[in-house]
Ligand binder design. Structure first.
Ligand code: ADP
Length: 472
C-alpha cells in the first residue's frame, strides 16, 4: 500500500463529530463490532433485552440501554422492536446503527426507518436489501447480470402442479425453497417416491410461520455440491472489490459448521469465474457496503449463484485473517462516506496469505442429536496462542447459557501458512478448551477435523449428513 493510501486509511476524520454507533444485536457480534468501532475512536452503544441484563455485550459498550419495560417484549422480540430501538438511538444521539447478522439485519423496513430518522445505516440501503434479499429476486438479478443460477422455476410457484411440471422436465431430486428463508431453514428436498404435494404444502406453511411469507420456488437439488461464497465490499460511488472466497461446504442440515478460506480444492479457473461473477452481481445490484455472494459448485465444476446476503456474516473472520482487512471497520468507514480507494482497498492490492479455518463452538450436545444444552458454565478456560483468534459472547466461568437465543458460544478461528498447519492448530486449540457445566460440540468438531475427507479439503455440502462415522 502506498504511503498516501496508508495515510488516508489511518485518518479517521471521516467520522468527524459523528462517531456514536449502536449495534442492534446480541451475543458475539456486537462485541466484534465494538472492537473495530473503538479502534476508529468511536463511542459504542449496546442494547439488550431484559433476559440479557447480565450479558457480556452490554458491558463491552460505552453505553447500554434496555429495550422496553420488563415483560413488554419477548427475549427475541426485543431485538426485533424496530421503533423502540430507533427511539433509544434518537434519545442518545446515535449517529450510526449496525444491525450485525440475524435479527433485523436483512429487514429493509428497519434500514429505511433508520435512514429516515437521520441515522446512518451500516449496510446496503433498503432498496438494495429488497432487490437481493429474497431468493427469487436474487435469481432475477443474476439473469440480468448473465450469471448462471441453478435450474429452477422462473418465479414463485402457486400450486403443486407447477412443482410437478418442473419435476417432469428436470427429474428428481428437487429442492423446494422459501424465497424469504435463511439460516439453512425453509428448504425441503424432494426425492423420487416422495410426496410432492405434501412437501409443497409443508414448505409453504412453514415458510409462512417462520418468515412471514409463504412464497416458495423449486430448484434442482445438486448432487454433492460445494458451497463457495465471495466476500464483497462496495462503496457509495460504484466501486466494488472482492476479498476472495470462503469454502462453507462443511454443513449439518444446510447450516454451516466449519468454514475455510481460501477454498482448498477449487480449480483456479472456477475460482476466478466465481470471483468475477460475484463482482458483476454486486455492480448490477448497485450494491453498497459489505455483502456475500453465495454459489454452489457441482461435481462437474459448474458454478451457480444462489443468493446474496446483504450483511456481515458469521464467517467474515476467516476472510479477515487471510487478507488482513478489517471487514467491520471497512463497513463503518464506507457508511461514513469513504471510498474504497481512500481506504486503500484496490482490487490489485488485495491479496491473501495462507489459510484460515473457523469452527463454530456451540452449546449443543452431539450425543443428543445436537440439542441445545443450557445451564451454568462451571468451568471456562479458552485456548489461545499463535494463530488463534476467538470471537465470543457470553463465554466465561459462571455465565448462564439461556434457552432463549442461538447456541453459538464462541467462534474459534485459526490461521497459518498451509491448510494442514491450520487444521492441526485448530485441533490443538479445541483440545485446549476446558468447558464444563454445559455440553458443547467440541468432541464432534474433533472427530470431524481428523476425518479423511476433512483432511483432504475436498468436502461437499452433505458431507456431514452423508458420513455416519462422524457420529459414532
Ligand atoms: P439460506 O439462505 O437458508 O442459507 P441457501 O440458499 O444459502 O439458504 O442454501 C443453504 C444451503 O442449502 C447451501 O449451502 C446448500 O448446502 C443447500 N442448497 C441450497 N440450494 C441447493 C440446491 N439447489 N442443491 C443442493 N443444495 C442446495
Amino acid at each position: 500500500m502506498s504511503k498516501k493510501l496508508q495515510g488516508l486509511r489511518d485518518n479517521f476524520s471521516l467520522l468527524g463529530e459523528k462517531n456514536k454507533v449502536l449495534v442492534a444485536n446480541r451475543g458475539e457480534i456486537p462485541i466484534r463490532i465494538f472492537r473495530s468501532a473503538h479502534e476508529l475512536s468511536m463511542r459504542t452503544v449496546a442494547i439488550y433485552s431484559h433476559e440479557d441484563r447480565l450479558a457480556t455485550h452490554r458491558l463491552k459498550a460505552d453505553e447500554a440501554y434496555v429495550i422496553g419495560n420488563k415483560g413488554e417484549f419477548t427475549p427475541v422480540g426485543a431485538y426485533l422492536a424496530i421503533d423502540e430501538i430507533i427511539k433509544i438511538a434518537k434519545e442518545h444521539q446515535v449517529d450510526f446503527i449496525h444491525p450485525g447478522y440475524g435479527f433485523l439485519s436483512e429487514n429493509s423496513e428497519f434500514a429505511q426507518k433508520v435512514a429516515e430518522s437521520g441515522i446512518t445505516w451500516i449496510g446496503p440501503p433498503s432498496s438494495v436489501i429488497d432487490a437481493v434479499g429474497d431468493k427469487v429476486s436474487a435469481r432475477n438479478l443474476a439473469a440480468k447480470a448473465n450469471v448462471p443460477v441453478v435450474p429452477g422455476t422462473p418465479g414463485p410457484i402457486e400450486s403443486v402442479e407447477e412443482a410437478l411440471e418442473f419435476v417432469k422436465e428436470y427429474g428428481y431430486p428437487v429442492i423446494i425453497k422459501a424465497a424469504f428463508g435463511g439460516g439453512g431453514r425453509g428448504m425441503r428436498v424432494v426425492r423420487e417416491g416422495d410426496d410432492v404435494a405434501d412437501a409443497f404444502q409443508r414448505a409453504t406453511s412453514e415458510a409462512k410461520t417462520a418468515f412471514g411469507n409463504g412464497t416458495c420456488f423449486v430448484e434442482r437439488f445438486l448432487n454433492k455440491p460445494k458451497h463457495i461464497e465471495v466476500q464483497l465490499l462496495a462503496d457509495n460511488y460504484g466501486n466494488v472489490v472482492h476479498l476472495f472466497e470462503r469454502d462453507c461446504s462443511v454443513q449439518r442440515r444446510h447450516q454451516k459448521v466449519v468454514e475455510v478460506a481460501p477454498a482448498k480444492t477449487l480449480p483456479i479457473d472456477v475460482r476466478n469465474a466465481i470471483l468475477t461473477d460475484a463482482v458483476k452481481l454486486a455492480k448490477e445490484a448497485g450494491y453498497r457496503n459489505a455483502g456475500t455472494a453465495e454459489f454452489l459448485v457441482d461435481d462437474q465444476n459448474r458454478h451457480y449463484f444462489i443468493e446474496i446476503n446483504p450483511r456481515i456474516q458469521v464467517e467474515h473472520t476467516i476472510t479477515e485473517e487471510i487478507t488482513g482487512i478489517d471487514v467491520v471497520a471497512a463497513q463503518i468507514q464506507i457508511a461514513a462516506g469513504a471510498s474504497l480507494p481512500q481506504l486503500g482497498l484496490l482490487q490489485d492490492k488485495i491479496t491473501t496469505r495462507g489459510f484460515a479455518i473457523q469452527c463454530r463452538i456451540t452449546t449443543e450436545d452431539p450425543a443428543k442429536n445436537f440439542q441445545p444444552d443450557t445451564g451454568r458454565l462451571e468451568v471456562y478456560r479458552s485456548s489461545g496462542g499463535n494463530g488463534v483468534r476467538l470471537d465470543g459472547g457470553n463465554a466465561y466461568a459462571g455465565a448462564i447459557i439461556s434457552p432463549h437465543y442461538d447456541s453459538m458460544l464462541v467462534k474459534c478461528t485459526c490461521s497459518g501458512s498451509t491448510y494442514e498447519i491450520v487444521r492441526r492448530k485448530m485441533i490443538r486449540s479445541l483440545i485446549e478448551f476446558r468447558i464444563r457445566g454445559v455440553k458443547t460440540n467440541i468432541p464432534f468438531l474433533l472427530t470431524l477435523l481428523t476425518h479423511p475427507v476433512f483432511i483432504s479439503g475436498d468436502y461437499w455440502t452433505t458431507y456431514i449428513d452423508d458420513t455416519p462415522q462422524l457420529f459414532q
